[in-house]
Design a binder for this molecule. Structure first.
Ligand SMILES: NC(=O)c1ccc[n+]([C@@H]2O[C@H](COP(=O)([O-])OP(=O)(O)OC[C@H]3O[C@@H](n4cnc5c(N)ncnc54)[C@H](O)[C@@H]3O)[C@@H](O)[C@H]2O)c1
Length: 253
């Protein structure tokens, strides 16, 4: 059955890829803080025959979160994908405090507040699926990523807590934990890491990024999209509060 799905941070990368996959069978709203990138994403998708709605939504802004609540209350949101994210690579001693706070606001407080906004409508409808795009860094750490790792670990605690609070309704909340996925964000990290370690970008891929992924390949966006598709389907209604790793074996170490 067709679901009403809203994805945050969906003008690029994983969010956009999930939107394209799900829009084949569902009503999808892509949201992002940047209105012009959002419109570019919508028109890119339309060219491919993939129609989506758009909603400007900065997950750190109270008035945008109010608009999200209004949308959920008036039109209904069955599935929320908390995907918006940002990376900053720095030693903790040099980490700009305002950047640290920004990452926490986008990737931990943001998903908590979007969840807060949509839950009343989900409860009223007695159906909801909330899927956080966490990371392998929800489960393990890497040096120089203290804000990212902290926020992504926090998502698992958030999901466990909310899962208990909504257990009496047909609402689930889970966190996908991918290893490196081939997106613009990863490409910019490759560049940053190359500068930080004074090595070439291909050495970063081989020696740093895929070093911990025994299957030695980046995760494809379609693998995440397919997992979201499974979680919103009929056989996953008792899967809740889980951290689901798609990490090529990283966390087996
Ligand atoms: N690419 C990877 O290897 C990888 C691995 C594990 C987890 N992730 C996670 O997947 C998610 C998507 O990452 P991506 O790789 O597609 O990167 P991306 O940079 O392409 O996408 C992130 C999106 O979030 C949006 N965004 C940033 N701040 C926002 C805000 N305040 N409000 C709304 N939107 C905002 C950006 O505009 C962008 O469209 C992130 O949460 C990231 O941490 C990515």
């Amino acid at each position: 059955m067709s679901k009403r799905i809203l994805i945050t941070g969906a003008s690029s990368g994983i969010g956009k890829g999930i939107a394209e996959y799900l829009a084949k069978t569902h009503s999808v709203t892509i949201s992002d803080w940047d209105a012009s990138r959002l419109e570019t994403a919508r028109s890119d998708m339309a060219v491919k025959g993939c129609e989506v709605n758009t909603q400007v939504l900065d997950v750190t802004q109270g008035d945008h979160l109010e608009q999200l609540k209004h949308l959920a209350d008036s039109e209904g949101i069955d599935v929320l994908v908390n995907n918006a994210g940002m990376q900053h690579v720095s030693k903790i001693e040099d980490f700009p405090p305002e950047k640290w706070q920004q990452l926490m606001n986008i990737m931990l407080t943001g998903p908590a507040m979007t969840t807060r906004a949509v839950l009343p409508a989900m409860k009223k409808n007695n159906y909801g699926r909330i899927i956080n795009i966490g990371s392998v860094h929800s489960l393990v750490a890497s040096a120089y990523k203290s804000a990212y790792v902290s926020a992504k670990h926090g998502l698992i605690g958030l999901a466990k807590t909310v899962a208990l609070e909504v257990a009496s309704s047909d609402i689930t909340i889970n966190t996908l934990c991918p290893g490196y996925v081939d997106t613009d964000m990863v490409r910019s990290q490759i560049k940053q890491q190359a500068e930080l370690h004074h090595i070439s970008e291909s050495e970063v891929v081989e020696k740093i990024m895929l070093k911990n992924m025994p299957k030695k390949e980046f995760i494809a966006v379609e693998e995440l999209a397919g997992t979201v598709g499974f979680l919103i389907g009929p056989y996953a209604k008792n899967i809740t509060a889980q951290a689901i790793a798609l990490d090529g074996g990283w966390t087996a170490h």
